[in-house]
Write a protein that binds this ligand. Structure first.
Ligand code: AMP
Ligand code: MG
Length: 394
């Protein structure tokens, strides 16, 4: 049985390089991974600008009266020279300014003496000039490769006209759900049946990843039906095939044998993790297939531990890093011969941020899944010390 660390290393070897990137319109790029560093094409800001609404005057202008001599509207070029001493130009936030010999005074610090004259209540200053290049110089890195584009970074790209960024192509995933006991969530189960929730789980997890659910299908446990559905899954244009259920060694567990029959190399069929032990990792010509245990909590854990890691690597993102954390003193944890990945939340205790394990019955327990913020790593047998590792899930 492989340890989680061993399986991580194996998966990293299997996905040595990300998928080729593509250029897309900025408008569609939210959530994509930037696959190029973005450099400032020119100084930021590109010209000296006013940070305030007020008046532009000569750098040596003292407090007192000045004659109004016109307006510099935002969007129009800067005056070529400083206003002569004793005169003032009306300026607005963003107005372009001459690069030398000027000062500003905020509107609030002035009073109109009459229609043509202004009283400066104190001497002007250069404090409110946003200097060219003060935020970044031409050629500076504005965004490194490998970040996910969010509202803020998209705005930065728009501001420099980078309207076709090079980003990851979404990883495409097929999800085959097996189980004769399963009915769709909109059906009422008869006795012995249960609703399929892994379809919903995977759909939602992939949206966050980011990855695309290209195909999803539910079949009963018969070998023939599973074999046919697996063929259909393999016929899709996808990089990853997920099979829900059937990853163990029972009479209805066909995943490993069917993947092998399709020419896949099975790298792992059990991992020393609780939950998540019957986990299959297989590959064929660069395509990856995973058999995940059917219990939704096991599905959740295996997805976060292994599938998400592979999706991140294929997308050009670093895998989610484990966070070191301090266990809340009142935490109760059961150690196990297998390493446990325990659903947990963050708890603020005084000034300290600690991690609190959620009450968890077994891997069929879904009541805590909605509040799970991370998976707390409980080492095998020894039990946790005060310092633990957490794999963040949100
Ligand atoms: P399996 O991995 O197929 O042996 O399933 C383990 C447990 O998870 C069984 O109790 C199944 O009924 C349950 N299970 C399997 N698939 C799903 C699913 N898609 N949604 C909810 N529960 C499931
Ligand atoms: Mg099953």
């Amino acid at each position: 049985m492989m340890t989680v660390n061993e399986l991580w290393n194996q998966l990293d070897r299997l996905v040595a390089t990300p998928l080729p990137p593509e250029r897309i319109a900025l408008f569609h790029a939210q959530g994509r991974v930037l696959r190029e560093a973005i450099l400032a094409p020119e100084d930021q800001p590109a010209f000296d600008r006013s940070a305030v609404d007020g008046y532009l005057v000569h750098a040596d202008q003292p407090a007192g009266l000045a004659t109004l001599d016109g307006t510099v509207h935002p969007g129009s070029p800067a005056p070529t020279t400083a206003p002569p001493l004793g005169t003032a130009l009306r300026i607005f936030t963003g107005s372009a300014l001459p690069s030398e010999g000027v000062a500003l005074i905020m509107k609030e610090d002035t009073k109109l003496a009459d229609d043509h004259r202004l009283h400066l209540l104190h001497p002007p200053s250069t404090r409110h000039i946003r200097r060219r290049g003060s935020q970044a110089k031409a050629g500076d890195t504005l965004l490194p490769e490998g970040v996910r584009l969010n509202a803020g970074s998209l705005t930065l790209l728009a501001s420099i006209g980078a309207i076709h960024p090079l980003v990851n192509r979404p990883v495409r995933v097929a999800h085959l759900v097996t189980g004769g006991e399963l009915v769709p969530p909109d059906h009422t189960p008869t006795e012995g049946q249960i609703r399929d929730c892994n379809s919903t789980l995977i759909d939602a997890l992939l949206r966050d990843c980011p990855a695309e659910l290209a195909w999803q299908h539910r079949v009963d446990d018969s070998r023939a039906a599973t074999a046919k559905a697996l063929e259909d899954a393999l016929a899709t244009e996808t990089e990853i095939i997920l099979v829900s259920g059937g990853s163990s060694v029972g009479d209805y567990d066909h995943t490993s044998a069917l993947l092998a029959a399709q020419g896949f190399t099975i790298h792992c069929d059990k991992v020393a993790s609780r939950p998540g032990k019957p986990f299959i990792a297989a590959s064929r010509d660069g395509r990856l297939a995973f058999g995940l245990p059917g219990n939704p909590l096991s599905h959740f854990v295996c997805f976060h531990l292994f599938v998400k890691r592979v999706i991140h690597r294929l997308s050009g993102l670093e895998p989610v890093a484990l966070v070191r954390a301090t266990l809340a003193p009142r935490a109760e944890l059961r150690a196990d011969p297998r390493e446990t990945w325990w659903p947990c939340v963050w708890a603020d205790e005084g000034a300290q941020r600690r991690v609190l394990p959620l009450p968890w019955m077994d891997s069929s327990d879904l009541t805590i899944l909605g509040s799970t913020a991370g998976l707390l790593r409980v080492p095998a047998t020894a039990g946790p010390g005060a310092e633990v590792e957490v794999l963040p899930c949100v």
